[in-house]
Every structure is written in structure tokens, then in C-alpha cells.
Design a protein around this ligand. Structure first.
Ligand SMILES: C[S@@+](CC[C@H](N)C(=O)[O-])C[C@H]1O[C@@H](n2cnc3c(N)ncnc32)[C@H](O)[C@@H]1O
Length: 236
């Protein structure tokens, strides 16, 4: 596939586009499964393609899913389905992903045909709903408590602190939550006067989440400068 130059949004927090291209060309694209490439390619013409999970962050996520032998996972925020297909390709055949998005039309149009081609629909329970409602519903069934191995949170940034409380109850001890966009384009460390107005509100929530996670004795954390900032939490 022809490489198009990375935009400022795509290169995330790295200093130069060349450096990001280097990482993608050297370490990520040569190992990216063909079907994931296909979703990425199909997504590239979407006007909001920049919100898709970054392939380098995806590669890291696949590594973690394998390291913890994840079988039962939650995904909040599917969009075209890049991280969802990545998870479905990685977990075992009897694994299950509860995938939540407030609007499934983009996934149905772009990602689902590729997931069908991959023969992986049996691993996915897609729920079209605001995610907080689904987490509350899952918690009503005691069987779901401490039953999930992994959660990827990539939607509705202002609610991450609320998701955290619910996910900690759903996650097994040793389970992993990954929060995307926790450095919010670098705005978390900018003087307020330099923050673009459209980023101000979520910046406050991201800073609040980062403070809370750092002080949360129920988890171990690692703040990674991958993509737009990825925070990994391990439930103790
Ligand atoms: C950043 S995108 C997800 C990207 C995706 N992980 C990927 O691999 O490309 C965010 C998605 O969250 C969805 N969304 C927004 N608010 C939501 C909410 N309250 N509950 C569930 N999904 C929501 C949007 O419809 C959008 O598809």
C-alpha cells in the first residue's frame, strides 16, 4: 500500500512526521495483518479518519492482549473497527469482545464486511448504546463482576473517570484497562492560553483523570506517549 505522509494529528506527540513515518515503516506496517491494513485503508477516506486508533498503539495493544492471554474484553468506541478487528484477531477462538459504540453505522459500513471476511463475527457482541449505560447493565449481573481480562477505552473522553470506577468492578485482578487520548494532543501540559478553544473542556477532564489514576492505589499505571497518549492500568 502507498504511504501517504502522516498529518500532524496522525503523528500524535512525536516531534516530527519523519520520525513517526520511520516507526510505522520500520516496525508497524511490515507486521500489520492484511485485514487490518484493509480496514485502515478503507477508513482513510472517512472525514474523521484521524480519530481511528493509531497502528503503533494498536501493535502495542495486541502485544498486551497476548501477554495477559486476554479472552474476555470490552471495547468502548469502535468507529470503523480497527482496534476491534485487532482484538478479534488476537484473542483465542472462544474469546468474546463486548464492543460498544453510540452509533454503529460507520462500523457496519466499513469494518463489519472485513470482520465477516476474517470469519471473526462470533467473537464480537456489538452493543449500540452510550457506553456508561452498558457498563451499568453489565454490573447488574454479578456473573460479570471481576470477569473481564481487558478493556480499551477510546470514546466520550469526558467520562473516563466514570468508566474507570465501573471497569474496576468488571475487571479481574491483574486485568488491564487502556485509556486512549490521555495526553490530549499535548494540551495537558500547555499553559491554558495556548490551548485551542475546542480542546479546553476535554483537557480539564484528561488532567483530572491523569491525577486520579496517579493517586489510585487500586491500580498500577504506565503513561505511554503512544498515539495521543495511552495510559495502561493494571488492576491490583
Ligand atoms: C475515537 S473513536 C474510536 C476509534 C476506534 N477505537 C478505532 O479503532 O478506530 C470514538 C468512537 O466513540 C463513539 N462514541 C462517542 N461517544 C460515545 C459514548 N458515549 N458511548 C459509546 N460510544 C461513543 C463514536 O461514535 C466513535 O465511533
Amino acid at each position: 500500500m502507498e504511504l501517504t505522509p502522516a498529518t500532524a494529528a496522525e503523528r500524535g506527540l512525536l516531534q516530527t512526521e519523519q520520525l513517526y513515518e520511520y516507526i510505522l515503516k520500520t516496525s508497524v506496517y511490515p507486521r500489520e495483518p492484511e485485514l487490518l491494513k484493509e480496514i485502515r485503508d478503507l477508513s482513510s477516506s472517512h472525514p474523521q479518519a484521524f480519530i481511528a486508533t493509531a497502528p503503533d498503539a494498536g501493535q502495542f495493544m495486541a502485544m498486551i492482549l497476548k501477554l495477559i492471554n486476554a479472552k474476555k474484553t470490552i471495547e468502548i468506541g469502535v468507529f470503523t473497527g480497527y482496534s476491534l478487528l485487532l482484538t478479534a484477531l488476537t484473542i483465542p477462538d472462544d474469546g468474546k469482545i463486548t464492543a460498544i459504540d453510540i452509533d454503529r453505522s460507520t462500523y457496519d459500513r466499513i469494518g463489519l464486511p472485513v470482520v465477516k471476511k476474517a470469519g471473526l463475527t462470533h467473537k464480537i457482541n456489538f452493543i449500540e448504546s452510550p457506553a456508561l449505560l452498558v457498563l451499568e447493565q453489565l454490573l447488574r449481573d454479578p456473573e460479570n463482576h471481576e470477569s473481564f481480562d481487558f478493556a480499551f477505552v477510546d470514546a466520550d473522553k469526558n467520562n473516563y473517570a466514570n468508566y474507570h470506577e465501573k471497569l474496576l468492578k468488571l475487571l479481574k485482578p491483574g486485568g488491564i484497562i487502556m485509556y486512549d487520548n490521555t495526553l490530549w494532543g499535548g494540551t495537558v501540559a500547555m499553559d491554558e492560553e495556548f490551548v485551542p478553544p475546542g480542546r479546553l473542556e476535554t483537557r480539564v477532564h484528561a488532567m483530572d483523570l491523569n491525577r486520579k489514576l496517579a493517586a489510585d492505589s487500586r491500580v498500577e499505571i504506565s503513561q505511554l506517549p503512544l498515539g495521543d497518549g495511552l495510559t495502561m492500568c493494571r488492576r491490583l
